[in-house]
Design a protein around this ligand. Structure first.
Ligand code: HEC
Length: 110
């Protein structure tokens, strides 16, 4: 007997869009993990993606994370530490994918 019904887990890659099998996790690994392995930050140890750091830097919601992707800096308090997070505009990462990544970050790095 084959599985004939939509997978009940909402994160299943095929449950919403039959085409793209990209989850927040795969998108994160492809676009972000080079600088944020395991939610770390290889360029700025004070700005990891973990909750404590995010809260300290006022990045609280999925919106805030998307904002950071769209317009990463310069950081207002440390302009000299402008450390070159890449910018991800809508051509690189769609709004839909950006939200997936943001939710992945919120759920994964605590
Ligand atoms: C080229 C390296 C690089 C890549 C790729 C990168 N980042 Fe960053 N990220 C940084 C740096 C550097 C900072 C600190 C920037 C600053 O000074 O505010 C940062 C900061 C952040 C922050 C704020 C964390 C905090 O505690 O203040 C978030 C959220 C974030 N990145 C998410 C992402 C996401 C999501 C992606 C993938 C779409 C991504 N980053 C890709 C380098 C990178």
């Amino acid at each position: 007997m084959y599985w004939r019904f939509p997978c009940p887990c909402s994160s299943h890659p095929f449950s919403k869009r039959a085409s793209a099998g990209e989850t927040g996790e795969t998108l994160f690994k492809a676009n972000c993990a080079s600088c944020h392995p395991d939610g770390d930050n290889i360029l700025n140890r004070k700005k990891t993606l973990r909750k404590a750091d995010r809260e300290a830097n006022n990045i609280l919601t999925a919106e805030d994370i998307i904002q950071k992707m769209r317009n990463p800096g310069p950081a207002p308090t440390h302009p000299q530490e402008w450390s070159g997070m890449k910018m991800f505009d809508k051509d690189k990462i769609s709004d839909e994918d950006a939200l997936k990544i943001a939710n992945y970050v919120l759920e994964t790095f605590k």
